[in-house]
Design a binder for this molecule. Structure first.
Ligand SMILES: [Zn+2]
Length: 222
């Protein structure tokens, strides 16, 4: 199915927002890679977005969202994360399938339905992957979480955030019980071997530090 122009624009704004948060400077090639499109099509879409007042682009600072662009990006991120939580809690869709469904649904949500979903879910601040849901005003909750790989042996905490779009990885984490809300304790670390032994739900699992670096844990949370 061909995407509508507004859906394409929203995907760009979301991608720029996420790249900006990660690396600061957003290049045309980074955007092309993230969106799976060619550099020339990114270049022409960027000038279109600039005309709409949603981005600014210069050679030194790369592509940046304007205030209007940031608001629009947060709106679509809000839709995406509300849908993920709604699908998980009301339709029982498994965690590894939420992202793909929300990628489609995020572009079609009326203000009325958005408000209704938000209210039914009790004005949630996090989606099932632990990602913060922006409020209507565009504010996000703060994160104190740290990568599981950086915790010392004996440290305990609550899994607060896992990557949302890697379905195979999410299925594996579900098997291990390393999903948001679950308690986890670092039992042993073997830095040279690059592994950790973690305890969760009364079971011990050896995981690689690469895997553990993708799981955020809030050591303070009960
Ligand atoms: Zn997602």
């Amino acid at each position: 199915m061909e995407k509508s122009l507004s859906a394409v624009i929203e995907d760009y704004l979301k991608a720029i927002y996420k790249l900006q948060a990660g690396t600061g400077k957003v290049s045309t090639s980074a955007l092309a890679e993230r969106l799976g499109v060619t550099a020339p099509s990114v270049t022409s879409m960027i000038s279109r977005l600039a005309e709409l007042g949603l981005v600014r682009h210069d050679r030194y600072r790369g592509v940046r969202l304007t205030e209007a662009g940031t608001r629009a990006a947060l709106e679509v991120i809000r839709h995406h994360r509300l849908w993920e939580l709604f699908l998980a809690t009301t339709l029982d869709i498994p965690i590894d399938r939420l992202h793909a469904e929300a990628e489609r649904l995020e572009h079609t949500l009326s203000d009325e339905l958005e408000e209704r979903i938000d209210a039914v879910l009790g004005h949630p601040r996090r989606d099932p992957h632990g990602d913060p849901i922006p409020t209507r005003e565009g504010t996000l909750i703060e994160d104190n979480a740290r990568p599981l790989s950086t915790l010392d042996p004996g440290t305990e905490g609550t899994v607060s955030r896992v990557p949302d779009s890697d379905a195979a990885f999410l299925r594996y984490l579900t098997e291990l019980g390393l999903v948001p809300g679950r308690r986890v304790r670092v039992a042993e670390t073997a830095p040279i071997a690059g592994t950790l032994v973690v305890e969760t739900g009364g079971e011990r699992h050896a995981v690689s530090s690469t895997l553990a670096s993708r799981i955020l844990v809030d050591p303070a949370a009960e």
